[in-house]
Design a protein around this ligand. Structure first.
Ligand code: FE2
Length: 248
């Protein structure tokens, strides 16, 4: 991606992002190591190759990258940026919700804390990609014709449908505290939120707010929420220092 971005500060952020993703995959691997043997951990990490549901979900995103790899047009680059926006803004967020459900049931608190750190980073990635898309909209309006926007919206819709199908399959109605309906509602809310972030018309009627039954998600996902004593709380947010602004 970096090769196609000319703004140095954006490339710098993309490098930070790549480093953070490496830390995240290490974190997931560490979490698995605490609950199973290394062999089983590897099987789980490579399940995407054998599980047909997981493969279908990943193929949709992977195809956008493959298409761009073979045919490097501005349109195909746009589709990879949108695919990344879906991956980080719908797939990942829906996954975080599963862990926060464990958290509110007082299960695996250490893993929930790790997910909160990952969520904090993903939030910045999402912000970066959204800003890149909004900037492209100004610089290259030809990539945002009504027809193309309809295509990007359909991509977001497909991403949401894949995520709902995956959630119903992987979680279904068998996990305490979650139901298929909650998964559907949450993913549809995310789909609308992501469309709204890009100035696109929303995809699903209603679903404008975090669903009532899932209000607990933002309590975990918001890195700035400190509910404990200030001196005892572990800070998870990336603080922005106003004093340093003119020194850079
Ligand atoms: Fe990310």
């Amino acid at each position: 991606m970096g090769e196609y971005i000319t703004a140095n500060e954006v490339n710098l952020c993309l490098n930070i992002q790549a480093y953070q993703e490496a830390v995240h995959s290490q974190s997931y691997s560490y979490m698995l190591d605490t609950i199973c043997e290394p062999q089983q951990r590897n099987e789980i990490l490579y399940q995407w190759k054998d599980d047909k549901h997981l493969l279908a979900r990943n193929t949709f995103i992977g195809e956008q990258y493959n298409t761009f790899y073979h045919n490097q047009t501005p349109e195909n680059l746009m589709r990879t940026v949108v695919a990344n926006y879906i991956l980080e803004g719908v797939y990942f967020y829906s996954g975080f919700m599963f862990f926060y459900n464990l958290g509110r049931n007082n299960r695996m608190p250490g893993s929930v804390q790790i997910i909160r750190y990952i969520n904090r980073d993903e939030n910045t990635h999402l912000w970066l990609f959204r800003s890149m898309l909004l900037e492209l909209k100004k610089e290259n309006p030809e990539l945002f014709t009504a027809e193309k926007v309809a295509d990007y919206r359909e991509m977001i819709r497909t991403g949401c449908e894949q995520e709902i199908a995956w959630g119903h399959y992987a979680i279904g109605d068998d996990v305490s505290g979650l139901t298929k309906q909650m998964i559907t509602d949450y993913v549809q809310y995310l789909g609308n939120l992501r469309c709204n972030g890009l100035g696109f018309e929303k995809l699903y009627k209603g679903h404008d707010e975090e669903p009532e039954a899932l209000k607990w998600v933002s309590q975990y996902s918001n890195a700035n929420t400190i509910k404990t004593d200030f001196f005892e709380a572990r800070s998870t947010a990336y603080a922005k220092s106003g004093a340093l602004e003119d020194d850079l």
